[in-house]
Design a protein around this ligand. Sequence first.
Ligand code: HAM
Length: 417
Amino acid sequence: MLQKPKGTLDILPDQSRIFDKVEKLLCSKAEEYGFGRIRIPTFEYSELYKRGVGQSSDIVQKEMYSFFDNDGRNLTLRPEGTAGVVRAVIENALVNESMPLSLYYLISCFRYEMPQAGRSREFYQFGAEVFGADIPSCDADVMRMVSDMLSSLGVKASLEINSIGCRHCRPKYHKALRDYFGKFRDQLCPTCLERLETNPLRILDCKSPICKGIAADAPRTVDHLCAPCREHFEGVCGCLDAAGISYTVNPRIVRGLDYYQRTVFEFISGDIGAQSTVCGGGRYNGLVEELGGPDLSGVGFAMGLTRIILALKAAGVTADETPPDICLASMGEAASKRAFVLAGELRERGVRVMFDQVGRSLKAQMKFADKKNARFVAVIGDSELENGRITLKSMKGEENREVSLDAEGIALAVKKA
Ligand code: HAM
């Protein structure tokens, strides 16, 4: 039997309904905050992610689904949304719009990672990006939006923030990290030994217990910020304090993508196991320029929808199927045809209707109506066709009604009941 590829998900109707609910709420919140939706391609030239997400990131080093198309172009299935959004902003001259430019997206992403609960190779993100707003309150507003979204959904998550400095102060910090981790060369894992040369910041993110232990006493970014970065970070904390948004400063948050500068943050859920980051984001001033645009600042985030759904499930949230208003049961060919026509006419009048499409016995049709949780069931047989009257039998303890066998009469009775 053919099976889905490792790390992909079949999202069946019961779960899809929760997805729909979550996506609807996130989109309408984003619109409330003044964001506009952007849709970007599922694949881009590989070069975009190499330059955007960065050569030293795990994504570019080992997680991209890259391929050559028939014309020999090197393409990659998008591993995240920010690089594609930045490319679209530059390519469509949105950089000339009045700022800030606030965009959101709902996308599937692809990363070759080891699948486990909350981590898959194809996954879904809701993300948002704000361009051209560089003051601390913008960073804080983005976090406030996530916080608002999560609490509206009923997901409990704590906010952890950090600043990883800018291209001016980071070289000094990298040197402090190299000096520190250099003393532990013989204990670091092979990946971190490589990171020591390419991007020592990423050692702070290593999951190996030995590297983690060594990293516990490593120099902290917040102690190595230049004056403007420190001022910015203090400003962000001040805004969060003023807005009553609780957070902790976690100097170990560095994020896995190379484009971040200054503020980085994560929302962590305690209810969903090892893959507990439901949202990650931060500031990425410099990325627009790196990808060929003007010097335009950026800050944003992305939520992993599968992890949000896991958190909602842990909280016992379900989304029920909308039951039909009426099931039309029928006996005989003429009645079956009448049920088919009537179903169309009733739908035109906004009635949710089902009719027998598999040729079940009357008893089985009644059972099906019960299973589907219908409000009414109505049987069309020879006598109903002859008399032009039909009885709507309530399945929910409401009054039964006899009405004329036409869409007008049935729709009116269903709506009145
Ligand atoms: P990220 O931290 O790589 O950031 O991903 C954001 C979120 O996507 C994670 O917090 C997690 O919830 C979810 N996620 C990531 N990988 C997987 C996976 N394999 N399976 C399931 N869920 C996953 C970004 O992608 C940045 N573009 C976020 C951003 C936007 N920063 C600024 N703007």
